[in-house]
Structures are given as structure tokens and as C-alpha cells.
Design a protein. Structure first.
Ligand SMILES: Cc1cc2nc3c(=O)[nH]c(=O)nc-3n(C[C@H](O)[C@H](O)[C@H](O)COP(=O)(O)OP(=O)(O)OC[C@H]3O[C@@H](n4cnc5c(N)ncnc54)[C@H](O)[C@@H]3O)c2cc1C
Length: 414
């Protein structure tokens, strides 16, 4: 028998949430990651507990916009055609999930998960004593063109039918809420139930500190292989050492496929790359996360300054940062907020994304002692806490109180 109950690979929002939930339930947990907790994609996101964001990128409009995506430079969604040609199956599965009926089915599953997100996250915020990092002013979504405002109608009606709370507000009222907006506003929606984390990296660090205080251990090494048998799982670490645990959780985000034996190498895990720019002294430009629909990014007041974060680039994990994408954010940020000073920092992150935009959660096919917990695409900050609670349930043999079929690792992905 292994001394360790659960080894968690990856100390991002998803891995640390899983580790803390399990440690709070009294398990002996070891967290494995060569990088500091929360320093990956979980650090640089748009800081929003986006419980409203159930409409996936997979949408029938992608078919209409495909030529512009492949060859245009002014779109919030960019696609590397060389990457697409190298990964035709991922691309075809992604496109198959853009069909109207499939897109609606995905949003139904996401809405159900998101309705439970706070219940998974709040106990961790409380355990970590991180309440000061949380703001509850909702999220403001704006459309700047009449075409965009009209085009939003069907999606908003569908969200309403799924029970997502939001208020349509007049453009003048939106301007009063956020006087820093320099754009014309054609339509505005206040997602009243959304919250913001002022510093997502600090949240993960506080959760990790609580995990450690409860007796959890951290090994600052890379997992290079996983091997499961009937009694447990052996991890091989970067220093050549082995680590044995009764169960292992694979939560290495977009990098989960790179660990042989974990089972993710057989799944179509891709990445949607996203960028941010930081402006240290400019946090007061907005008072809550503001999403600009046509621009495809958010302006967020964080503890470290104003953050412009978002856009989607479908390209390789290892490709260098795309300067055009950063220039796009800077240019469009000035359209949203008026002139901005020179940026203090820029960042590229890797959303872990399946072609059906749903997370992967549950026992690895053929290796039930390895639990998959990755693929949270645009919603890992929001759904990390819930994921951790589900992982703890599964480790204890409990059936979580939600349907796992649509997110299990052995589902069909198109
Ligand atoms: C621009 C942008 C904006 C976003 N905005 C939001 C938002 O507002 N709200 C929201 O909910 N989500 C948002 N997201 C998505 C969210 O950030 C991700 O879904 C989330 O961070 C994924 O968390 P993770 O723990 O799976 O991955 P990560 O945070 O990437 O963590 C993975 C960890 O695994 C480790 N690792 C990798 N390989 C190994 C290995 N071999 N051995 C051990 N460890 C390994 C890495 O070092 C890393 O620490 C945004 C993403 C981007 C890019």
C-alpha cells in the first residue's frame, strides 16, 4: 500500500483546488509541480468568476467567419493555418462541435457546471482566508456596434432560458457604471452573479499555504511519466525518483498530454492561447471586469493594475508569442478606454481546451486510479473549486451530485 493517498500533478488553480479539497477531507496528499503554485495560466487570466459564461467559442458563426479567421488580422479569434493542417482531427472535431444543436448541448452542460461553481469555490476561499481578494460587483458586457448588439440577441435569449442571471441595462446606465469607457455602447448586460478575484495567483498561493498548513506536501519536480496498476500509481519525477500513491490526479492544464502513461496523450487536448497586457497605475479605469464583445477581451481592475486580457489564438503550445496579437490588444484597449500609457508587462497563457469546450473530469480510460482534471478552457478559475470537490468525491468512491457523462474522459469529442 502507498503511504500517500493522492498525488496531484500540476499546481494551477485546478490542481491546488483538488489538493486542498482532498487535504481538507483528511487525505494524505502530495502536489507535484516544478513551478510555483498558481504561476501558470492560472496567474494571468481575466480574474473573473464567470458563472454566466456558458456560451462556448464553438458556435455556428465560426463557419461564416472561417476565412477571416484564417487570413484576417483584425479578429479577436486567430487561427494558425499551419497548426490547423498539423492537427486536422482536432480542427475537424472543433468544427463539428460548432453545429447549432451541438453548441446548444455544450452550453447546457456548461450552464449546469457553472451554476454549481460557487459551491465548489467558496469553501476554498474561506479555508484559505482569501475573502479580501474577492469583489462582488458583477461583470459588465458591452457591444459597441448595432450589428453586434443584434447578433447577441439569440445567445442572450438562450442564456436566459438556461437560468443564467443577468440584467439588460440602457447604454447610459452602463456608462454611469463605468465612466471610463470611451466606446459607443449599443447594448449592455450586467451579469449580476459574477465575482472577481483581484489577484488569481495570490488566491492559489493562499490556498496552497492552507494545504501546506494542513500537512499537505509539495514536490518541486516535473512528472515525466505515470504508471497505474491495480493497487496504485507510480509517478516518475524529473530527478529520476519515483513517487507512489494510491491515486493520482492529472491536472497539468494544457500540458497534461505531455506526461506519458497519464492517458491524456490519447485525448484531443489542444490549447487556445490568450494574452494580457498590464498597466500598473491604471486600475481605476474600470471598477469591475468589463467585457467588450466585438473586441474579444476584458478590461479588469486587479491588485497589480489594469489588465487587458483575452483573445483566442489557436496555435501550437511551443510557438513564440505572436506580436500581432499583443499589438491587437494594445490597439483595441485604447479604443475601449481611450489612450493608455506604455504597458508594464505582457503575458501569454495557454487555455487547456478540448474540441467540445468541456472539461475532462473522471477516471482515465483503462486506468481508474488516475483521475483526469484538465481542459477547463476559458473557465478554469471559475470551475477549479468545483473540479476539486468532484475529484475528492471520486477519490472517496462517492458519486458527485451532477451528471458526469458529458465530461468523462471516455466520451466522444464530436
Ligand atoms: C487570457 C486568458 C483569460 C482568462 N480569463 C479567465 C477568467 O476570467 N475566468 C476563468 O475562469 N478562467 C479564465 N481563463 C482560463 C483559466 O485561466 C484556465 O482555464 C486555468 O488557469 C487552467 O488552470 P489549470 O490549473 O488547469 O492550468 P495551469 O494554471 O496552466 O496549471 C498547470 C500547472 O501544471 C504544471 N505542469 C505542467 N506540466 C507538468 C508536469 N509534467 N509535471 C508537473 N506539473 C506540470 C505547470 O507548471 C502549471 O503550474 C483565462 C485564460 C486566459 C489565457
Amino acid at each position: 500500500m502507498a503511504d500517500i493517498d493522492i498525488a496531484v500533478v500540476g499546481a494551477g488553480m485546478v490542481g491546488v483546488s483538488s489538493a486542498l479539497w482532498a487535504q481538507l477531507r483528511g487525505h494524505r496528499v502530495v502536489l507535484v509541480d516544478p513551478a510555483p503554485p498558481g504561476s501558470g495560466t492560472s496567474a494571468g487570466n481575466a480574474c473573473t468568476i464567470a458563472t454566466y459564461a456558458c456560451l462556448p467559442v464553438n458556435d455556428p458563426s465560426v463557419f461564416r467567419d472561417l476565412p477571416a479567421l484564417l487570413f484576417g488580422r483584425g479578429s479577436p479569434l486567430a487561427l494558425s493555418w499551419t497548426h490547423a493542417l498539423r492537427h486536422p482531427l482536432w480542427m475537424l472535431a472543433f468544427l463539428a462541435n460548432c453545429r447549432s444543436a451541438r453548441s446548444r448541448e455544450i452550453s447546457r452542460v456548461l450552464a449546469d457546471l457553472l451554476s454549481r461553481a460557487d459551491a465548489g469555490l467558496n469553501p476554498l476561499i474561506e479555508a484559505a482566508g482569501a475573502e479580501d481578494l474577492v469583489e462582488a460587483r458583477g461583470q459588465l458586457q458591452v457591444w459597441s456596434t448595432a450589428k453586434g448588439a443584434r447578433g447577441a440577441e439569440a445567445g442572450l435569449a438562450w442564456k436566459r432560458s438556461l437560468g443564467v442571471p443577468f440584467e439588460e441595462i440602457e447604454p447610459d446606465a452602463a456608462r454611469q457604471m463605468e465612466p471610463g469607457l470611451a466606446l459607443p455602447i449599443a447594448r449592455a448586460v450586467h451579469h449580476t452573479g459574477a465575482r472577481q478575484i483581484r489577484d488569481p495567483e495570490a488566491l492559489v498561493q493562499l490556498m496552497h499555504a492552507r494545504f501546506t498548513a494542513l500537512g499537505g506536501e509539495t514536490v518541486a519536480e516535473r512528472a515525466t511519466a505515470m504508471a497505474a496498476d491495480d493497487a496504485g500509481v507510480t509517478l516518475t519525477l524529473g530527478d529520476g525518483q519515483g513517487l507512489r500513491a494510491a491515486r493520482a490526479v492529472l491536472a497539468a492544464g494544457a500540458f497534461s498530454r505531455r506526461i506519458p502513461g497519464g492517458g491524456a496523450e490519447r485525448l484531443p487536448l489542444g490549447t487556445e492561447r490568450g494574452y494580457h497586457l498590464m498597466f500598473a497605475g491604471e486600475a481605476a479605469r474600470v471598477t469591475r471586469p468589463v467585457g467588450w464583445a466585438e473586441g474579444g477581451f476584458y478590461a479588469v481592475p486587479t491588485a497589480r493594475g489594469l489588465r487587458l486580457a483575452g483573445t483566442v489564438e489557436i496555435a501550437a503550445l511551443g510557438a513564440p508569442p505572436n506580436r500581432e496579437r499583443l499589438a491587437y490588444l494594445a490597439r483595441r484597449g485604447a479604443e475601449l478606454l481611450g489612450p493608455l500609457p506604455a504597458r508594464d508587462a505582457e503575458w501569454l497563457g495557454f487555455r487547456p481546451t478540448m474540441p467540445d469546450a468541456l472539461p475532462v473530469l473522471g477516471p482515465a480510460p483503462g486506468a481508474p486510479r488516475i483521475l483526469h482534471a484538465f481542459g477547463h478552457q476559458h473557465l478554469g478559475l471559475t470551475l477549479g473549486g468545483l473540479t476539486g470537490r468532484i475529484i475528492a468525491d471520486l477519490c472517496e468512491g462517492w458519486q458527485p451530485n451532477l451528471a458526469l457523462e458529458p465530461i468523462r474522459p471516455d466520451r466522444r469529442f464530436f
